[in-house]
Design a protein around this ligand. Structure first.
Ligand code: SF4
Length: 224
C-alpha cells in the first residue's frame, strides 16, 4: 500500500491577507521599538541612493530600514533554533569580522590553519580580549574569509562535530548563519553594535560588540 502523501503546509484562502496584516504589524511594532537604534538609516539610505560613483557595493548600501529589522529578526530566530545543537557540538570556532580589529590596516594578524588569526598586538583590541576569554575554553577564532562556505567546509572536515559563533553586522550575520546551517553547522551569533567598515564609512574605523553577549553564549555551553 502506498504511503499517504504528507503535505507540510497548506495555504488557507485568506493566507495572503493575514500575512499582509502580520507583516505590517511586525514592521510597525519593530520600527517603533528600535526607533533610536535605526534613527540614521534613512539618512544613510538617501545618500547611498544619490551616490553614482563606480563603487561595487551600491545595492548593499541601499538596503532599506525594514531589511535591517528583518535581518535582526532572522538572526534572533536562527540563534534560538540553533542553540541546542550548538551546545551539543564538540568543537566551537569563532568567525570574526575584520572591522572589529582595533588597529585596522596595522592589525598584526597572523596566518592560521583555517584563516588569519589575531596576533595579539594591542591589549585594548576587542578581538584580542575575545580570544583571551575564548582560549580558556580551547576555542579558536579566525577572521572571516570572503568565501565563508569554503572556510567552514575546511574547519568541518577536521572538526565534524562543529558549532560556530559568528560576529557580524545586522545586514550580514543571519546570512552567514544560514550558510552554516545549510552545511549542518549550528551557528550562534553576536551583532556588532555599529558599523565601521568601508561599506559604511569613507574612513573605516573599528567596531564593537557587547562582550557580555559573547560571554553568555560561552558560559551557557561550557559553564563559568
Ligand atoms: S590585537 Fe589582534 S585583532 Fe587586534 S589589531 Fe592586534 S592583531 Fe589585530
Amino acid at each position: 500500500m502506498k504511503d499517504k502523501q504528507v503535505i507540510t503546509y497548506r495555504l488557507g484562502d485568506d493566507f495572503y491577507d493575514r500575512l499582509n496584516s502580520f507583516a505590517d504589524k511586525i514592521l510597525d511594532d519593530g520600527l517603533a521599538l528600535f526607533q533610536s537604534e535605526f534613527a540614521q538609516i534613512n539618512n544613510f539610505y538617501e545618500k547611498a541612493t544619490q551616490d553614482i560613483s563606480s563603487r561595487d557595493d551600491h545595492e548593499f548600501r541601499r538596503s532599506q530600514k525594514p531589511l535591517y529589522l528583518l535581518e535582526a529578526i532572522y538572526f534572533k530566530i536562527l540563534d534560538n533554533l540553533n542553540n541546542e545543537q550548538f551546545n551539543k557540538a564538540n568543537d566551537t570556532v569563532l568567525i570574526l569580522p575584520q572591522c572589529l580589529a582595533l588597529m585596522q590596516d596595522k592589525c598584526k594578524r597572523k596566518r592560521g590553519k583555517y584563516g588569519k588569526k589575531c596576533g595579539g598586538c594591542v591589549p585594548n583590541c576587542q578581538i584580542n580580549q575575545i580570544m583571551k576569554v575564548s582560549e580558556k575554553y580551547g576555542i579558536e577564532g579566525y577572521f572571516s574569509k570572503r568565501k565563508l562556505e569554503q572556510q567552514l567546509l575546511r574547519i568541518k572536515k577536521d572538526k565534524p562535530s562543529l558549532g560556530v559563533i559568528g560576529i557580524s553586522c545586522i545586514l550580514t550575520l543571519a546570512s552567514g548563519m544560514r550558510t552554516a546551517r545549510e552545511m549542518g553547522i549550528p551557528a550562534r551569533g553576536v551583532l556588532l553594535n555599529f558599523t565601521g567598515c568601508r561599506h559604511w564609512s569613507d574612513s573605516p574605523f573599528s567596531t564593537e560588540i557587547a562582550l557580555s553577549k559573547l560571554a553568555a553564549i560561552l558560559e551557557e555551553k561550557y559553564g563559568i
